[in-house]
Design a protein around this ligand. Structure first.
Ligand code: NAD
Length: 408
């Protein structure tokens, strides 16, 4: 397993060299501003007390309050949280929202907790970090295995401790709790705006373009729906148990219905079953990893046939694999741009809460689209200017923005 923070530092170093970054700024950006490490005792239903370890990494707030999700997973570690908070800084700056980079996590297998235990853990975590968060300081959100309900408990606990309302302290809340319309589809919708811009640059015709999607959760599922609505041929899709492939395109409506009925994709009529590893190497023009990190590695990068990889998952490509893809002239639309629609709409939620407004889904997407189009255009222009990959270009553009706000 690669150390994700080392990967992040390699990316920072590359960008710093390309843009000839001021050495003092480079030193500042090599570590988070602050990392909180907390122990959260939780009284379990059995009466026994278990102590969970949690983190909150606040990487940089030059652009605005720290922003980033809270992950509940057994593999959460200090290095993972630090790396993810760094990437949030880059992502927010790539789309130019007034937010910095943050990330949190608790080492826990939340599926083993009862609902009451989960609530006590979530409230306990906030009791440990509440002085360092707030709508003007650090704004958490959901991530793996954290939900709108958990965000609601966290906001409630925070406001009790604070003594007054501050709904913008946390995003990803349920709509009734101050969440934003459009958040559910925002990440995929943002990805689709980016794919449309790329299609214009490369003169891609949707009807003749095959797409393979790994994952069909919130991101992969909506990507499949929206891209097939745009006319793309979705030839493969998968979930954690494996995927299906049909050379002349899957009827996505029927696929979703089949999965709903049977709980799985395997056996979908007219399609061939494929493993998640095989899916990555299929014959398709566009590959959309939308599930897990570290899927495209040094072991399979040279077998990828797609000419375009749209990284909807966070960190699906290892740095070594990234180099191999670049050597093979594969265009990789990096996660910090491709999936930034999610954090952008989270930022809209924060803005609505702070101004006591409620926007319709139409208003949300009318604001999202030009921001994604602008970010794509800037990254593309930076890529051309330096003759670098889109990932390097996104990092350069983002670091230029953050650096311009750091006063030393
Ligand atoms: P999700 O939990 O809704 O869905 C994950 C999907 O991946 C499911 O279909 C699951 O079956 C599949 N999966 C799980 N293990 C797998 C494996 N080993 N191989 C292949 N598929 C597997 O999650 P999501 O919200 O869709 O997030 C997917 C990715 O997108 C993650 O990397 C996440 O960090 C990233 N992301 C999500 C958002 C968002 O708004 N949801 C925003 C930015 C980035």
């Amino acid at each position: 397993m690669q150390n994700p923070f080392e990967n992040a530092l390699v990316q920072l170093e590359k960008a710093a060299k390309i843009m000839d970054l001021d050495e003092n700024i480079y030193e500042i950006l090599k570590q988070p501003d602050r990392v909180l490490m907390v122990s959260v005792p939780v009284k379990m239903d059995s009466g026994e007390v278990k102590v969970f370890s949690g983190f909150r990494s606040q990487y940089n707030n030059a652009m605005g309050p720290y922003k980033g999700g809270i992950r509940y997973h057994e593999n959460v570690s200090l290095d993972e949280v630090r790396a993810l908070s760094f990437w949030m800084m880059i992502k927010c700056a790539t789309v130019n929202i007034p937010m910095g980079g943050g990330k949190g996590g608790i080492i826990v297998d939340s599926k083993k907790l009862s609902i009451g235990e989960l609530e006590r853990l979530s409230r306990g975590y906030i009791q440990k970090i509440w002085r360092e968060i707030g709508s003007d300081k650090d704004v958490p959100a959901p991530d793996m295995y954290t939900t709108p309900q958990i965000m609601g408990w966290m906001r409630d606990e925070y406001e009790k401790l604070l003594g007054h309302a501050d709904p913008g302290v946390i995003t990803g809340k349920a709509i009734a709790d101050g969440g934003s319309e459009g958040r559910e589809t925002a990440t995929a919708q943002g990805g689709v705006y980016v794919v449309r811009e790329l299609a214009k640059k490369l003169n891609l015709q949707p009807g003749e373009t095959k797409v393979a999607i790994q994952g069909m959760g919130n991101v992969g599922g909506f990507m499949a729906k929206l891209l097939s609505a745009d006319g793309y041929k979705i030839v493969a899709i998968s979930d954690s148990k494996g995927g299906i492939y049909k050379e002349d395109g899957l009827d996505m409506g029927a696929v979703f219905e089949f999965k709903k009925q049977t709980g799985s994709l395997s056996g979908f009529v007219g399609a061939q079953n494929v493993s998640n590893e095989e899916l990555l190497e299929l014959n398709a023009e566009i590959l959309v990893p939308s599930a897990m990190e570290n899927q495209i590695t040094v072991l399979n990068a040279k077998n990828i046939k797609a000419k375009i990889v749209v990284e909807m998952a966070n960190g699906p490509t290892t740095p070594e694999a990234d180099e191999i893809l670049a050597e093979h002239n594969v265009i990789v639309v990096p996660d910090v741009l491709a999936n930034a629609g999610g954090v952008t709409v989270s930022c809209f939620e924060w803005e609505q809460n702070n101004k006591n407004e409620r926007w319709t889904e139409g208003q949300v997407f009318a604001k999202l689209e030009p921001m994604m189009v602008q970010a794509f255009g800037e990254v593309w222009e930076t890529k051309e200017r330096y003759n670098i990959t889109m990932r390097a270009a996104a990092f350069v553009k983002a670091i230029e923005r953050v650096a311009s706000k750091i006063k030393i």
